[in-house]
Write a protein that binds this ligand. Structure first.
Ligand code: ZN
Ligand code: ZN
Ligand code: ZN
Length: 369
């Protein structure tokens, strides 16, 4: 039986907890969805969130627990924002306290736990990635790039959670603490691997060159083998790369999506982690967002209404730091390059030069995020 310690989701939290920030951020509630948040489908944007009733400014819309998360820091040995690798913890493991526990197989310096207890509890999950990290981390970092290493490591961590989730289902069916919530209160939402499986991310969204390059990486570094026994075909892993690239979030110390910008915009700070959130990935972008997001101390992403959201209105976040890209062309350029869609949000449309822009921007969004 797996020794990984997870705190299980409260099965009845949707009916017992009111939609206020103060009541929903207690550590026992690993996952929270506001009862007035509905998933709908739009002909051009695909999946999206809409408010079914008024959602008041300041209300907590969603607390989403990562399916996979990894640290993104320059110098792990001396960086205090390095996260504990145990998914049930994910708290920063500061180096100066001397309480940082490394991997006993010395795989990579990015892998640490905040205590030996956290490390032991995470043994089964980490065993899935440890051999892969020992074999491929250095060649990937040296011969390819830090970005590609991080991208592939996030895939490995998605596969590790999947492995643990499936193992738990076989071992103890629905009562195991590793089971993702499938209770009646949450029947509207997919959970666990089923939610990851449903993420957008068609290979057609990227150029042939990009897809070919990812397939080369998949075949070389992520084959189904004793190093990484995932049991999936290269095509399915490639699709997972596309899903991860279209849906992953950066974790930053301050809020993303504050608008209007304050007089002295601070930005959201330095990225310290990257993660895939199964439910939050549905949230679309707007340059005039009505939702801000910020990670909490456990790596969960917390989404908050930044103004009153009216019944029927779409709930949108900003995919980038709005203080970094202020004018229309900078925003559209960034979204097109990094997220592969052309933004037609209310703010972008209102800032368009009618004659020049009409013919140029005819493409539809290619994906959710
Ligand atoms: Zn820990
Ligand atoms: Zn290790
Ligand atoms: Zn826009």
């Amino acid at each position: 039986m797996s020794q990984v310690v997870y705190i299980s989701v409260e099965p009845s939290h949707q009916t017992t907890v009111e939609g206020t920030t103060t009541n929903t951020t207690t550590p026992t509630h690993l996952h929270w969805i506001h009862p007035h948040l509905n998933e709908t489908t739009d002909a051009t944007k695909g999946r999206q969130f809409r408010a079914s009733h008024l959602i008041a400014q300041g209300a907590c819309l969603l607390i989403d627990r990562p399916y996979a998360i990894l640290p993104v820091v320059d110098d792990p040995a001396s960086n205090d924002t390095l996260l504990c690798s145990n998914p049930a913890c994910n708290q920063p493991a500061p180096c100066h306290r001397g309480g940082r526990s490394p991997c006993l197989n010395a795989c990579v310096t990015d892998v640490v736990w905040c205590s030996a207890v956290c490390r032991d509890a995470d043994a089964a999950r980490h065993a899935f990635e440890c051999t892969w990290l020992k074999r491929y981390a250095a060649p990937l970092r040296n011969k390819r790039s830090e970005y590609e290493f991080g991208m592939l490591w996030l895939i490995v961590r998605l596969l590790a959670t999947r492995q643990i989730e499936f193992h738990a289902q076989h071992a103890q069916h629905h009562n195991h603490p590793l089971s993702w919530d499938t209770s009646a209160a949450n029947h509207r939402w997919k959970h666990g691997w089923a939610a990851i499986d449903a993420l957008c991310g068609s290979v057609d969204s990227w150029s042939h060159d990009q897809v070919r390059s990812w397939m080369t990486l998949v075949k070389k570094y992520l084959p189904n083998s004793s190093v990484l026994p995932h049991g999936l075909t290269p095509d399915r892993v490639l699709h997972l790369v596309c899903q991860e690239e279209a849906n992953s979030f950066g974790l930053y110390p301050r809020e993303t999506g504050v608008f209007p910008l304050p007089d002295l915009p601070m930005g959201r700070g330095e990225q310290y982690a990257a993660a895939v959130y199964p439910t939050a990935a549905i949230m679309n972008h707007s340059c005039l967002p009505n939702v801000t997001h910020k990670p909490d101390e456990q790596g969960r992403m917390v989404f908050t209404a930044s103004r009153d959201i009216l019944p029927g209105e779409e709930c949108c976040i900003a995919y980038f730091d709005l203080s970094h890209y202020t004018d229309l062309s900078a925003r559209r350029d960034h979204l097109r390059k990094s997220f592969r869609f052309v933004c037609h949000c209310e703010r972008c449309v209102s800032e368009e030069e009618p004659v020049e822009e009409t013919l140029e921007w005819t493409a539809m969004p290619l994906m959710d995020i």
